[in-house]
Write a protein that binds this ligand. Structure first.
Ligand SMILES: [Zn+2]
Length: 487
């Protein structure tokens, strides 16, 4: 089984290629044209903004620096907020599973080249003494088998479905070392992975909700436009009956129509275990990237013998309803349908896309450098005031024995170097801070702070360099409103 759930090698579309330079349309005007602007490269911006690094000791596994980790965590937290609407329950699952599991899932047979094996080097710590396969583990490349184990660990009635698990686990896939690059060609990454176990009759509704989820997320990031493609049953190599495929594809088509977006068919391009919808995003350079994906799977639930109980099981399995009292009287076991879905896809790859999309100018809510406070001088009262402002904006009380409970998670730094304000301002802008604050002796009696909000955007009408005087608590409300609106 080729389990290409959620991300395949061919989806690593973000690598930088040649041929992207903007060429002036008329060579005779070459001298008056501005020089060609190469498209943003996330690896360069990442160096400038100290987002991530790499090491020869773990090729292909990006090391996120504090600024990169802030963006990563905000993306994950953003999704967690959305999960409250779309009904996903987060689970936390192992990184290594015995080979027996990968055999059961089909990965060993079809995906082993992409997998890492993990073994103990200490004979005394082996699970068995014969040194057989029982002691070999595989580092997980996907979460699906683990989620099947969770589903199988409990009994389910048709009333419990759909069950939706979400997982942000790190995944490992053994890419060839020559291809590794930045955040896009990697061996270790995280998906905003989700698996929906549903009744056959629920497919359309679940796909519809997932497409809605995709729309909400991409419009929040102001990414797009994107196009949707439906890949249908391969001509010969597939499992299940043609009728099952027809029903499933019909449900996907109706959900696609209901989304109100244009979609096209990739005839015969579905995985052999089910049809899928791919979301293909077009970036500002016109380049396309496959990000989100939604895949139906008839195969894995069978391999894991997953079942739920329902009346009229024959009808239920076909996604049909009946009023026949004899049929309804019988309750039996039915195999659920599994939907694999990821909205961002790989979080790292989406980060790379966003880095290039914003070209280093992050919206406030995602910015790893949000607020900079300058001190006019470094006298103790001014330093204390700067610290108080920082405490308010970060939601921490200066002196308390209680654990912190109101942290805003805003990144607020203080520049108390003994140098000119002009230089401090230049450095802060270069580093990409959104909000620049100044505190000096004049603010000590009022407790206020001088704010430059001109880079905050939106309804803030301040022009560049314009200053506003306000209390830190007032500023906090403005910043919270921006972050809550994902601006
Ligand atoms: Zn999956």
């Amino acid at each position: 089984m080729k389990v290409d759930c959620v991300m395949t090698n061919s989806q690593h579309a973000l690598q930088k290629g040649s041929g992207h330079l903007l060429v002036p349309s008329c060579s005779s005007h070459a001298t008056t044209q501005p020089p060609p602007i190469p498209p943003a490269d996330h690896r360069q911006i990442a160096v400038q903004q100290e987002l991530f690094t790499t090491s020869i000791y773990s090729p292909g596994s990006p090391i996120l620096l504090p600024n990169g980790a802030r963006i990563f965590n905000r993306l994950v937290e953003f999704l967690r907020q959305q999960y409250t609407r779309y009904g996903f329950d987060e689970v936390i699952t192992p990184t290594i599973y015995k080979k027996a599991l990968w055999k059961k899932s089909g990965h060993l047979e079809n995906y082993s080249d992409d997998m890492f094996t993990v073994t103990s080097t200490s004979p005394s710590r082996k699970d068995t003494t014969d040194g057989g396969e029982e002691d070999e583990y595989g580092l997980k490349p996907m979460n699906c088998p683990g989620h099947c184990l969770i589903f199988a660990s409990q009994r389910h009635s048709y009333r419990d479905l759909p069950i939706r698990y979400a997982d942000f686990s790190p995944l490992h896939r053994n890419e060839i070392s020559g291809a590794l690059s930045g955040l896009t060609r990697v061996r270790r990454f995280h998906q905003d992975d989700g698996h929906i176990f549903c009744r056959p009759s629920q497919i359309e509704e679940e796909i519809r909700k997932t497409l809605d989820f995709v729309r909400v997320v991409y419009s929040t990031f102001k990414l797009g436009p994107y196009r949707l493609t439906l890949s249908t049953r391969p001509t010969d190599h597939y499992i299940g009956t043609p009728e099952e495929w027809e029903t499933a594809e019909g449900a996907l088509k109706r959900a696609l129509d209901a989304s109100g977006q244009n979609w096209t068919i990739n005839e015969g391009d579905g995985a052999f275990y089910g049809p899928k919808i791919d979301i293909i995003l077009r970036d500002s350079d016109g380049k396309e990237h496959q990000t989100a994906t939604i895949q139906l799977d008839f195969q894995l639930p069978k391999r894991f013998e997953l079942t739920y109980t329902a009346p009229a099981p024959g009808y239920e399995q076909r996604g049909e309803t009946t009023t026949d009292p004899d049929a309804l009287h019988k309750t039996g076991l039915v195999t659920p349908v599994l939907i694999h879905r990821a909205i961002l896809g790989s979080v790292e790859r989406l980060m790379a896309l966003l880095i290039e999309h914003y070209n280093g100018s992050w919206p406030f809510w995602l910015n790893p450098r949000q607020v900079m406070i300058f001190t006019v001088n470094n006298s103790q009262p001014v330093m204390d005031h700067a610290k108080r402002v920082q405490d308010v904006l970060m939601g921490r009380e200066a002196s308390s024995n209680k654990a912190v409970s109101q942290a805003t998670n805003f990144i607020v730094d203080i520049d108390d170097r003994d140098c000119s304000l002009g230089l401090k301002k230049h450095n802060a802008k270069e580093k990409g801070y959104t909000v620049i604050l100044t505190v000096g002796p004049q603010q000590l009696s009022s407790g206020t702070v001088t704010c430059d909000l001109s880079r905050l955007g939106g309804d803030s009408e301040a022009t560049d360099g314009e200053r506003v005087e306000m209390l830190p608590s007032e500023l906090l409300e403005i910043l919270k409103a921006k972050a809550d609106a994902y601006l």
